[in-house]
Design a protein around this ligand. Structure first.
Ligand SMILES: [Cu+2]
Length: 467
């Protein structure tokens, strides 16, 4: 097989015959799929395997395999700053229990708010399962409002899709609904409330849903999951404001803003996968990884055929989507990974300030100090000093910028984390800062070097015409 896509399709058809024992028509269809052009979009040229149209049933085929088990059938994913939803097996079915409830959540040291989430967490714990698992998910509503659970990107019978009013009655406060379906796909999906979406998603009612393939074509060494989100939390406020439409001031990965984000740790040579979901209310996030080129290998619509994967350094994760990237961690170091929208790597206090760049305060400070002792005009050279100076901020708020780094203050906050790749690791816990090898760190140029290379630091700056 030349591509993962065709391997997966072939795997499905084999299993379909073994497991589901469905009609000859299905087998023929799947056999056709396995020989069809690798770049064919699943579901476009033909019905999806196990769908009602492919099986001739009235809804997606619900037959399952015995539950897939961690280590034996899959390598569990890693959720920085996050958690997973526990499960147990009852009569061959994986049983989960989600509890929608109010949660006190810390976004970064210094900032907490009352959010809505699941099982004591924001976002909800990740659901991890295996292709052909049968899952039963109880959803208990401990919120003061009705809610539902929608399984984003998952192929299932219509009545399990969780859109309030359309697919089901919303779950009233105090009640528990049961969702049950068979997973006939692998990849990265999500879950979220689909009732009063503007309020409930803005308050945090989202989570990730990872389905491992039953027989993976390839394994990776590190498999990370990140969920992106954005919030409006006014300094000092107790709750995010769900009515905000444009001015988000807390930007998060797995509901944490830098410096609250845990690093992603890998050993040199590890094959690394990062699955990124975005259920922000309004914004797409271009996530940029330093030091690497990666391939975008899947969306929440499924695996991308190898021939169609293109190299990137930034992956745009639109609202309501997941994107998965893969690469080999071949270069040690502390590599930044962040949203490239500059206002998304700022923290709470950094937005909506007057533009003071280039202002010469002159005697202004002395005059104002007569009225406001300690007054100092700030921002004339930008924002970079403001986090580092430890500028006083209101109670329960985080300053505009990031945190201390190895060499200096890191002037980014928000949707920012660090990929830490090391030659030697005892474990995958945070190894601390990277020690740059001699001769591989940008430092002051010496007089000798400047003289040798004919660099006149006081001379006029130069630029040749572009033609
Ligand atoms: Cu962003």
């Amino acid at each position: 097989m030349s591509t993962r896509q065709s391997e997966d399709t072939a795997g499905l058809s084999r299993r379909n015959l073994l497991v589901a024992g469905t009609s000859v028509a299905t087998a023929t269809l799947l056999a056709r799929g396995s020989t069809a052009a690798a770049a064919e979009v699943p579901g476009a040229a033909q019905p999806r395997p196990y769908s009602a149209a492919s099986t001739g049933q009235s809804h997606a085929n619900q037959r399952a395999l015995p539950p897939g088990m961690p280590k034996r059938d899959y390598a569990p994913v890693v959720v920085p700053n996050g958690a997973k939803l526990p499960w147990k097996v009852v009569d061959g079915v994986k049983v989960f229990h989600l509890i929608a409830e109010e949660v006190e959540h810390e976004f970064a040291p210094g900032l907490k708010a009352r959010c809505w989430g699941y099982n004591g967490r924001v976002h909800g714990p990740l659901i991890e399962a295996v292709e052909f698992d049968r899952v039963r998910i109880y959803v208990t509503n401990r919120l003061p409002a009705p809610t539902t659970a929608h399984w984003h990107g998952i192929l299932l019978p219509n009545g399990m899709d969780g859109v309030g009013g359309l697919n089901q009655k919303a779950i009233p406060p105090g009640e528990t609904f049961k969702y049950e379906f068979t997973l006939h796909q692998s990849g990265t999906g999500m879950y979220h409330s689909h009732h009063d979406e503007m309020t409930q998603i803005a308050l945090g009612m989202t989570g990730m849903f990872v389905i491992h393939p039953r027989n993976p074509a390839r394994r990776v060494d590190r498999d990370f999951v990140l969920m992106l989100h954005e919030w409006r939390i006014d300094p000092g406020a107790q709750r995010p404001n769900p009515n905000e439409m444009t001015e988000f001031n807390v930007l998060t990965m797995n509901a944490r803003a830098f410096p609250g984000t845990e690093p992603l740790v890998a050993r040199k040579g590890d094959r690394v996968r990062i699955r990124i979901g975005n259920l922000s209310p309004m914004d797409h996030h271009p996530i940029h990884l330093h030091g690497y080129q990666f391939r975008i290998t899947e969306t929440d619509g499924g695996q991308i055929p190898q021939a169609a994967q293109w190299p990137e350094t930034t992956v745009l994760v639109p609202v309501g989507s997941t994107r998965t990237i893969e690469f080999v961690a071949d270069e040690p170091g502390d590599w930044a990974m962040h949203c490239h929208m500059t206002h998304h790597v700022m923290n709470q206090m950094g937005h909506g300030l007057p533009n003071m760049v280039g202002v010469q305060p002159g005697a202004l400070d002395t005059k104002v100090r007569k009225l406001l002792p300690g007054y100092m005009t700030m921002g004339q050279t930008g924002m970079a000093d403001m986090g580092e100076m430890g500028m006083a901020v209101p109670k329960n708020s985080i300053p505009m910028l990031g945190g201390a780094g190895k060499h200096d203050y890191i002037t980014m906050g928000g949707m920012f984390t660090i990929l830490k790749v090391r030659e030697e690791l005892q474990s995958y816990s945070d190894p601390g800062w990277y020690d740059n090898l001699p001769g591989t760190l940008a430092i002051n140029a010496t007089e000798d070097e400047l003289r040798r290379d004919g660099i006149d630091v006081k001379g006029p700056s130069q630029a040749d015409p572009g033609a």
